[in-house]
Ligand binder design. Structure first.
Ligand SMILES: [Zn+2]
Length: 220
């Protein structure tokens, strides 16, 4: 595995942004999904929130109109590979082809945009990091304290409490709008958005968040 202290300072891999501004990046993986993605979009709109959607290439091909809605609403697309395969099983070479295929789909909707890749399962090793970098991609993971584990289907309140209780400036929150029953995630958003907004947080895309990244000063 990669070592955080080696790959975070140069921005190759991002877990969160170091910033004092009250900004949070909500991220949604494994969509687009015809049932849940539109519900997420509606809620984000209601709270003036922007987010990043790490979508799977083949699902983008299945639901182009939803991808269009995501982009038109001012959100950002991230690459979550074409088929969501596991690099541990298939290797970095096969994974990089999967990134390239998904990239071709994303480029149709979002040309000239910062390239963000979230590896399926969050698994990243040096070989994959190198491939992703060669393709012009930055790796985006998530804040350790903002892994909602919504995929494991806890109740909406549990998901919401986790995010609200742990919220800090610069967080990247991991949520899912695809890959299963995401009704709890949608319900949780109804709690997360107003609560954090009331605390003064603004919801931005990952690439917007990175603009506020403050260089960490290492004191002697
Ligand atoms: Zn995923």
């Amino acid at each position: 595995m990669i070592k955080r202290k080696e790959v975070e300072p140069n921005g190759q891999v991002v877990w969160e942004a170091h910033t004092s501004k009250k900004l949070i990046a909500l991220t949604f993986d494994d969509g687009p999904n015809p049932k849940y993605t539109p519900q997420v979009l509606e809620l984000l709109k209601q709270y003036d929130a922007h987010a990043t959607f790490f979508e799977i290439g083949y699902r983008m091909e299945q639901y182009p109109q939803i991808v269009q809605q995501v982009v038109q609403a001012g959100h950002e697309l991230g690459n979550h590979s074409m088929t969501h395969q596991n690099e541990k099983k298939v290797g970095a070479q096969s994974m990089s082809l999967d990134i390239i295929m998904a990239d071709k789909v994303i480029q149709k909707y979002q040309p000239n945009h910062l390239k963000l890749f979230r590896p399926p399962g969050g698994y990243i090793d040096n070989a994959l990091l190198q491939k992703a970098n060669q393709l012009g991609y930055k790796i985006i993971l998530w804040s350790y304290h903002q892994d909602t584990k919504d995929w494991s289907l806890p109740g909406a309140q549990v998901i919401a409490d986790h995010t609200i209780r742990n919220a800090r400036s610069g967080d990247i929150v991991l949520l899912h709008d695809g890959g299963g029953d995401r009704s709890r995630t949608v319900q949780a958003l109804k709690l997360i958005l107003p609560a954090l907004k009331q605390q003064g947080y603004q919801f931005v895309t990952v690439s917007e968040l990175l603009q506020y990244q403050q260089t960490k000063v290492n004191l002697p």
